[in-house]
Design a protein around this ligand. Structure first.
Ligand code: PHE
Length: 462
């Protein structure tokens, strides 16, 4: 019989949950979405959404998870409303990890390239960041190789089990990434022309601002970055000890994640302007830009490049592990529920293999660069690649929908007494109770519904 493990300590839980939240979404996703989504307008919308939706959905997921002690699939079956909601999580996990692993693979590729630069090898071969990526993106074999490599790394860590595998990884990598990013920010802000980037980030846009577009991008990015709406935090909550405070954790995690996203914005956007790149450059913005940043550092650049991509890979792995964990724990609970053997290792391997296969079109497509795959022109504002397709289905559709439905499950079906009982199980009062009640009932579902409506509007070009 499969037994549920639990976290070694609240610190371990926090580090793992922050580890899940902080990843490529912050460092790769946030700056480029801010670039497309309207700079300051995006930032303000994002921050409001973190407060009124992020913290709230985090709270809801953790409460459902801890109270039921189950994976998303079994939790919603047990609750008996929106019984299939758990499957959203599994589908989302599959889709996200498929493209996430390719981006993670790009980071590994860059790491190897910087190592080769340092050792006097071919390195970037004198190419610009843009040209180098075009070359990489047009090589499907290389894309598939690095996708597989990242997936394999993820699998290796997940095989260690919950507390052993995940906790250890986070404690060192995350603070180190933070310190490195601060150093890079200081460096980038001193570049000539960087102030235009600051103006883009912190002054109200005058042209090209589209409310629905900004809302859609910020809403999706917020859920993606906080790992919400697909049962990830629900799964983590199911391993959380009853002694710990849910409202406290549901505030600390979004706070830390948003801090990292802001730092990533400050690291990338001013540099984009300083090097005359296009802030609307799309999903590969991080790669083009950081290449120029490190090149401008002279001989120290390769060392910084190695450190940066190494730590980014660690951050990406801790997120990828949580994605694989959702998928795996769903599969385990389904099998255990049917009375079949539920051995973690083979199940995790099968899931990883399926995700790898799903990621192959993304790798061949190379974010639309290779021209080898059909594109999806029906997606909004220039998002056309396979990566965009998976991303739009997951963070544009399934995650906001999952968030709305989870809030409805709590406010309509389970009720606030049910929540209160779980939240006060730690012996403390329910902190900010009024805020959570009003948000769960009204504010969050309404705002998230707007995010969904924005997706449909942008589909019709509005
Ligand atoms: N939040 C992660 C990141 O920012 C990605 C993620 C999404 C992880 C959903 C788990 C679940 O990189």
């Amino acid at each position: 019989m499969h037994e549920r493990e639990s976290w070694g300590s609240n610190f371990g839980f926090l580090m793992a949950a922050i580890g899940s939240a902080v990843g490529l979404g912050n460092v790769w996703g946030f700056p480029y979405k801010m670039g497309i989504g309207g700079g300051f307008a995006f930032l303000i919308t994002y921050l409001l959404l973190v407060l009124f939706c992020g913290c709230v959905v985090m709270f809801v997921e953790m409460t459902i998870g801890r109270k039921t002690g189950k994976s998303p699939i079994r939790a919603f079956l047990e609750i008996g409303t929106f019984k299939k909601l758990g499957w959203f999580g599994a589908i989302c996990g599959f889709l996200i990890l498929a493209f996430y692993s390719w981006i993670g693979g790009c980071c590994i590729k860059y790491l190897f390239t910087y190592i080769s630069e340092l050792c006097g090898g071919a390195g970037f071969g004198g190419m610009s960041g843009l040209d180098y990526f075009v070359q990489f993106g047009s090589n499907p074999a290389s894309g598939i190789f690095y996708l597989g490599l990242f997936m394999l790394l993820t699998l290796l860590v997940v095989q260690g089990g919950i507390s052993k595998g995940i906790e250890k990884f986070n404690v060192v990598g995350m603070p180190a990434l933070l310190v490195l990013m601060v150093i890079l920010i200081i460096k980038n802000l001193s570049l000539p022309g960087a102030s235009a980037g600051l103006a883009f980030m912190f002054t109200w846009p005058t042209e090209g601002f589209n409310f629905f577009n900004t809302l859609r991008m910020a809403g999706g990015q917020m859920l993606f970055s906080l790992s919400l709406g697909m049962g990830c935090m629900l799964t983590y909550g199911s391993y959380l000890s009853k002694k710990e405070s849910i409202p406290k954790n549901a505030f600390i995690i979004p706070f830390a994640d948003t801090l990292m996203a802001l730092l990533a914005g400050l690291m990338v956007i001013p540099a984009v302007f300083a090097f005359g790149l296009d802030p609307q450059g799309g999903p590969l913005l991080l790669f083009y830009t950081m290449k120029e940043v490190f090149a401008a550092m002279g001989s120290a650049g390769a060392i910084f490049g190695i450190m940066f991509f190494l730590l980014l890979i660690v951050a990406a792995l801790t997120s990828a592990m949580s994605l694989l964990e959702v998928v795996t724990s769903c599969a385990i609970d389904v099998r255990a529920g049917k009375g079949k053997s539920a051995n973690r290792r083979p199940i995790a391997c099968c899931c990883a293999l399926a995700i790898f296969i799903l990621g192959i079109p993304v790798a061949i497509d190379g974010a639309g660069i290779s021209g080898l795959m059909p594109q999806f022109t029906f997606l909004a504002d220039g998002s056309e690649s396979w990566l965009d397709l998976y991303d739009t289905i997951a963070e544009g559709l399934l995650m906001p929908l999952g968030s709305v439905l989870m809030c409805l499950v709590v406010s309509r079906k389970l009720g606030f007494d049910w929540v209160n009982e779980e939240v006060t199980a730690c012996g403390q009062k329910w902190l900010a109770e009024g805020f959570y009640r009003v948000s769960i009932k009204y504010i969050t579902p309404v705002l998230m519904s707007f995010v969904l409506v924005s997706l449909f509007l942008s589909y019709f070009g509005i």
